[in-house]
Design a protein around this ligand. Structure first.
Ligand SMILES: Cc1ncc(COP(=O)(O)O)c(C=O)c1O
Length: 407
């Protein structure tokens, strides 16, 4: 019956994490997986989340099914977080939001919807992007292409172009040539894996093009608050809404509330009018019902309480700001440590990139040496998770990186 079933090679990120767990070396350092670790190398349970859970427990709790679209208070809180409370797209009933199984669940539900209701639309993702984007959209039956994004530099150019920037002109040119109704997947902030984001001016240049070419933006907002701040990181969401464009946005609380395993996320769709919004919501619900039926209750209740109760909200914002500040401090510390070891190299990218990740420019064989000889784990693309650094492992990480870069 199952003889023809091919072995699964494993997800590169999860497999690497398992290799790390099984590595017996005491000095090993995990800069591979995209998880925020605190100064002691632990995945924090935020105090705001603990208090929300204590309140839920004290109130007696419920384990009932949620509606297909999730809890109303969670969905409303997500809308205010994304668009800003009272935004006209919200008051005009043009936005529909579903609580989903992480933002991965949201991304996939949106992809399934597109495959069913926008047949013929193809998807463009940044080169590079989070590996799972391609897997999820292809899994929905859609054809996936890439548009230019990360500038790997050109040592032969005059003057030589250093790696680490955004190929914005090439990106615009590629998108300008797409047929109408093409889906353009965009990282709203903290691009994974490069850490290279669009500036506000670049969003302002891109958005009219998306509108004129009648393209369908699909935002992935997995790191709200990890870049510049909660509102600043939602710039693309609000600018697209202000431009009157219809679009999708999948957002996550995995990182911003450190609730990875609770699977808290949402999918929102901005529609041209309230009637279309009602129909879109109905078909999204049908998609969910056919998949996992309804989202998990516990995480949604945590998110609703943390976002909705003023005292918990204030505490969360402080905790989120502290995570952001720690990442920035680690960027600076790694930058300084590498400059001290290799004065001839340009490590400025560590300071200009945002969010948990930096693209180091290391090639796969160099990453292999880092792991095998030094016990320092990065993705083979050269992606380094800055949030895995701390005062205890920084020096060893910098030593290892410098030795591989010098060699
Ligand atoms: C860019 C991006 N999108 C989406 C996700 C999915 O997050 P989750 O499903 O945990 O909400 C991640 C997680 O690593 C990510 O990096």
């Amino acid at each position: 019956m199952f003889k023809h079933v091919e072995p699964y090679p494993g997800d590169p990120i999860f497999s690497l994490n398992e290799d790390f767990q099984n590595d017996p070396r005491a000095h090993k350092i995990n800069l591979g997986i995209g998880i925020y670790f605190d100064e002691e190398g632990r995945i924090p349970v935020l105090e705001s989340v603990r208090r929300a859970e204590a309140r839920l427990l004290a109130a007696g709790g419920t384990k009932a099914y949620l509606p297909i679209e999730g809890a109303a208070n969670m969905r409303g809180a997500v809308q205010a977080l994304l668009f800003g409370a009272g935004h006209p797209v919200l008051s005009s009933g043009r936005v529909v939001t579903l609580q989903t199984v992480g933002s991965s669940g949201g991304l996939k539900v949106g992809a399934d919807f597109i495959a069913r209701w926008l047949p013929g639309s193809q998807v463009w993702v940044s080169d590079p992007t989070w590996d799972n984007h391609r897997a999820m959209f292809e899994g929905a039956g859609l054809v996936v292409h890439t548009y230019p994004y990360y500038d790997a530099g050109d040592a032969t150019a005059h003057p030589p172009r250093p790696a680490g920037g955004l190929e914005f002109d090439a990106m615009l040119a590629a998108l300008a040539a797409l047929p109408p109704r093409s889906v353009v997947l965009l990282h709203a902030c903290c691009h994974n894996p490069t850490g290279v984001d669009l500036s506000r001016a670049q969003w302002d240049a891109l958005i009219p093009l998306l509108r004129e070419r009648e393209l369908l933006p699909y935002l992935d907002l997995a790191y709200q608050g990890f870049g510049e701040g909660i509102d600043a990181d939602a710039y693309a969401v609000r600018a697209l809404a202000a431009a009157g464009i219809g679009f999708f946005v999948a957002n996550s609380f995995s990182k911003s509330m450190s609730v990875y395993g609770e699977r808290c996320g949402a999918l929102s769709v901005v529609c041209p009018d309230a009637l279309q919004a009602e129909h879109v919501l109905g078909q999204l619900k049908a998609t969910v019902r056919r998949n996992y039926s309804s989202p998990p209750i516990h995480g949604g209740q945590i998110v609703a309480l943390v976002l909705g109760e003023p005292e918990l909200r204030a505490l969360w914002e402080v905790e989120l700001a502290a995570m952001r500040a720690r990442i920035l401090a680690m960027r600076r510390a790694l930058h300084d440590a590498l400059v001290a070891r290799l004065p001839g190299h340009d490590f400025g990218y560590l300071l200009s990139q945002r969010g948990m990740f930096s693209y180091t420019g290391l090639c796969a064989p160099q990453v292999d040496v880092l792991r095998e000889q030094h016990g320092v784990y990065l993705l083979r693309s050269g992606r380094l998770c800055v949030a895995g650094l701390n005062e205890h492992n920084l020096r060893a990480s910098a030593d290892a990186l410098a030795s591989v870069l010098a060699g």
